[in-house]
Design a protein around this ligand. Structure first.
Ligand SMILES: [Zn+2]
Ligand SMILES: [Zn+2]
Length: 350
């Protein structure tokens, strides 16, 4: 009886297991995941080099995956839904362009598929089918997996970029375009380098002229005189004096010789570290930043800023999010770009 129950469970359980537990392999790198071990190390390195170059030069993620059988991952139907599911599970290709490519080989199932990102639409279905039928599966039939995969990778790269691996720079039009662009950049940089200081000097001269030009009294129209700094202070508010001391605002005081009219003009310093106070409004606030948690490429950080006002003495604190570090070294990143496929590509068997 006990044995019978065991046999029944053993018969039923795998059925439930394979029907419910669709899984996908976890990738160990972005370029070649040879789970079925079809590629000797030297050949794998050579193929990986082409895929790394494609990603660095063209920004296109193309990944080669070999598995023994789809049933190892609880899948027992056509290769198309499995390939699309795996492509999207990994997120192959740039997330905006959806230009990723996946070559999937299930060697024991004698099935393969080249799945392309949704950015290609259906435009690659026929070319990928031709590559599979004329270049890849004829070699697979002779158990030449290295040759089939490598020539297939070359042909796919040629189809999507117009260049064979290693020959991206051989395109004459691109080369001329690149040289022209560098020349224009160079000329543009020189013009900018020569004109920017001239423009900055002109702006400063204009500001100085505006600040120094004679003022007329609004009451009687007679010429006003500007007081020097020592005379300033009795005409300024306490907050303005603090601003002057901190050099966050520079004040000019103009007085009329005939009447008592006084005009005070403030000039904000461009590069002052002092901000405006929430209580008194003067630019007399200093902030000290404490990092509570550093930002990484995958998570934002947190900082606390302790403010205090040199004029009114107010103190307060605020916490701010620190943006994620940008992963500028995306070509050496270790995760896919988040692209998706809507089922484009082609399949084959041998
Ligand atoms: Zn006056
Ligand atoms: Zn204040």
């Amino acid at each position: 009886m006990r044995i019978l129950r065991f046999v029944v469970l053993a018969l039923i359980f795998p059925v439930f297991y394979s029907a419910s537990a669709q899984q996908y392999p976890t990738y160990t790198e972005l370029f070649v995941n040879d789970f079925a071990e079809l590629l000797p190390a030297e050949d794998e390195d050579r193929i990986r080099g082409k895929l790394v170059e494609l990603r660095e030069k063209k920004g296109i993620e193309f990944t080669v995956v070999t598995i023994h059988s789809m049933s190892d991952f609880g899948h027992s139907a056509d290769i198309e839904p499995f390939a699309t599911g795996l492509f999207n599970h990994w997120g192959v290709g740039n997330a905006e362009r959806n230009d990723g490519v996946m070559m999937l080989i299930a060697v024991d199932d004698r099935r393969m598929r080249i799945e392309v990102g949704s950015g290609y639409g259906a435009s690659k279905n026929v070319p990928m089918g031709n590559i599979i039928d004329t270049i890849i599966t004829p070699r697979f039939k002779k158990d030449d997996f290295v040759g089939g995969i490598e020539h297939g990778v070359d042909a796919v790269i040629k189809d999507i970029t117009g260049s064979w691996p290693g020959e991206y720079d051989a395109n004459v039009a691109q080369k001329i375009g690149g040289t022209l662009k560098r020349l224009l950049d160079w000329v543009g940089n020189w013009i900018y380098a020569l004109l920017a200081p001239v423009a900055a000097l002109a702006v400063r001269a204009l500001r100085r002229w505006q600040r120094n030009k004679p003022r007329l009294c609004p009451s009687d129209g007679s010429q006003m005189t500007r007081l020097n700094e020592e005379w300033d202070d009795k005409h300024l508010q306490k907050g303005e004096i603090t601003e002057e001391r901190l050099k966050s605002v520079d004040y000019d005081v103009w007085v009329c010789g005939k009447c008592d009219h006084v005009t005070v003009e403030g000039y904000k310093s461009w590069f002052s570290p002092y901000g405006a106070c929430r209580s008194c409004g003067y630019r007399t606030v200093e902030g000290d930043t404490t990092i509570l948690q550093s930002a990484t490429t995958s998570s934002t950080g947190l900082k606390r800023i302790d403010y205090h006002c040199h004029n009114c003495g107010d103190r307060w604190s605020a916490t701010r999010t620190i943006p994620k570090k940008s992963s500028s070294s995306s070509s050496s990143g270790s995760s896919f770009g988040g692209g998706s496929s809507s089922g484009g590509g082609a399949s084959g068997s041998w």
